[in-house]
Design a binder for this molecule. Structure first.
Ligand SMILES: CC(C)(COP(=O)(O)OP(=O)(O)OC[C@H]1O[C@@H](n2cnc3c(N)ncnc32)[C@H](O)[C@@H]1OP(=O)(O)O)[C@@H](O)C(=O)NCCC(=O)NCCS
Length: 406
């Protein structure tokens, strides 16, 4: 079931393919896949962008379609988005499994402090208001090597299958870009499962079972032929709960200041990392039921010394006789200072298992590879390209990226 891949950066074949003209991307401030990047910086100077790109009115849509906003403060509209993405947003998903972003996860992901409602864009059918395509953006300050830049973090580009290959994506991208420029932000960051232009880095996905019987039965994690359940359990069992686990407590309001300090210090080591305000940190890290989980270890003074966080994502399973859902968690941050990476990982994974999750997944950014190696993770099939818009940069190793992926 699980598809292996050893691919990390775009392959030669993909690069060759990308030599063919790209009607849209060739005119954007991005670097083609085939070009070697020797220095960092803006691709297009701002004055150029201002004259060429910013228009007052939205881009024209084909007859019968109209622009609209998804009001993420309205549960009915978030539900509509949730259903649309559940049906059609299946990027980089393993065969037979489709990812499901819950309504609350979408609320969390799209409403950080200072978000702009007019960056949550959709296209509807004029006659019946049917949702046909989406693209979203949230503002974020990032550190890129020695520079600090404001970016728009783009997500949820999705076009109804009946309208695919009709070039709605370029219109959506241009329209969101127009609105970003109007707010005096000139750069973007996004991830994608296909190589379109030169990525900053290419992340690999890893996973590890928690619910051993279920994952074994599903065959989600590949094993050698004839591997017995007994052996599978031996390989993937987690250490028993220890006294130390009980000290791992959910992040609470009282921890915010010291946890924020720990986070800020931690991300300084990476070349590409978010620069969060305390308010943003609270947004991304405070536990939310069914959305994200953060646990901390405290010292005797009550200061946070270690932190781990993950968010939960469910997969719908198609065509299995017994199971229709896979409850998975995505590693967000695992910051170990007073215990080693393996101990902290064993602790939070034990908690995730107790919470009823079946699987842990994560990308090899930050120091995660260390965790994957010592906790028997398996490399999965998906590569994730990390892109920047109007920012050329010498490629980064995945371990130089402290940016979290939703
Ligand atoms: C991705 C998706 C929106 C593309 O739609 P499409 O109808 O195939 O493509 P369109 O005809 O609208 O547009 C084609 C152009 O958009 C670009 N494009 C397509 N997918 C893209 C992506 N994920 N990121 C950036 N550009 C993309 C193409 O490269 C092409 O431009 P080019 O001629 O310069 O190469 C659509 O396949 C979809 O909704 N997939 C499911 C959700 C998904 O995978 N979203 C992407 C998340 S990264």
């Amino acid at each position: 079931m699980y598809i292996y891949s050893t691919q990390c950066m775009p392959t030669e074949k993909q690069k060759q393919k990308s030599k063919q003209p790209r009607k849209f991307w060739d005119k954007q401030p991005v670097i083609p896949l085939t070009e070697k990047i020797l220095e960092d910086g803006e691709v297009d100077v701002r004055e150029n962008l201002t004259t060429n790109y910013i228009r007052d009115a939205p881009y024209k849509l084909p007859t019968g379609f109209k622009w609209d906003l998804i009001d993420t403060s309205c549960t009915a509209q978030l539900t509509e988005l949730h259903v649309f993405l559940k049906k059609y947003y299946n990027r980089g998903v393993t065969r037979g499994y489709t990812k499901e972003y819950s309504i609350e996860t979408l609320r969390w992901g799209l409403q950080p402090p200072g978000y702009f409602p007019d960056w949550h864009i959709c296209i509807r059918q004029e006659s019946n208001n049917k949702l046909l395509a989406t693209i979203t953006g949230i503002p974020m300050k990032i550190k890129f090597r020695e520079k600090e830049i404001m970016v728009c973090n783009i997500n949820f580009l999705c076009v109804h299958p009946k309208l695919r290959t009709k070039r709605l994506s370029p219109v959506l991208i241009k329209e969101v870009t127009r609105r970003i420029f109007l707010r005096d932000i000139w750069h973007g960051i996004a991830t994608g499962s296909v190589p379109v232009f030169s990525p900053v880095s290419t992340l690999s996905q890893y996973c590890r079972p928690l619910n051993l019987e279920k994952i074994y039965e599903l065959g989600y994690v590949p094993t050698h032929k004839n591997t017995s359940l007994k052996l599978f359990k031996k390989v993937y069992s987690l250490p028993p709960i220890t006294e130390c686990t009980r000290n791992l407590v959910p992040l609470g309001k009282k921890h915010i200041q010291s946890a924020f300090h720990l986070f800020t210090e931690y991300v300084k080591q990476f070349e590409l990392a978010p620069i969060l305000t305390e308010k943003e940190f609270e947004h991304w890290f405070m536990p939310r039921k069914g959305v994200n989980h953060t646990f901390v270890l405290e010292n005797e003074k009550g200061e946070v010394t270690d932190l781990c966080s993950y968010h939960d994502i469910a997969f719908n399973i198609h065509g299995h006789y017994k199971y229709d859902e896979l409850k998975s968690v995505y590693l967000h941050y695992s910051i170990s200072k007073t215990v080693d990476a393996k101990t902290l990982s064993s602790l939070w994974m034990s908690i995730a298992k107790q919470q009823g999750f079946d699987l842990v997944e994560g990308f090899d950014n930050m120091k995660n590879k260390e965790i994957f190696d010592c906790m028997n993770f398996v490399k999965g099939g998906s590569s994730l390209y990390l892109y920047m818009y109007n920012w050329k940069c010498r490629p980064l190793e995945t371990g130089q990226i402290g940016f979290f992926i939703l």
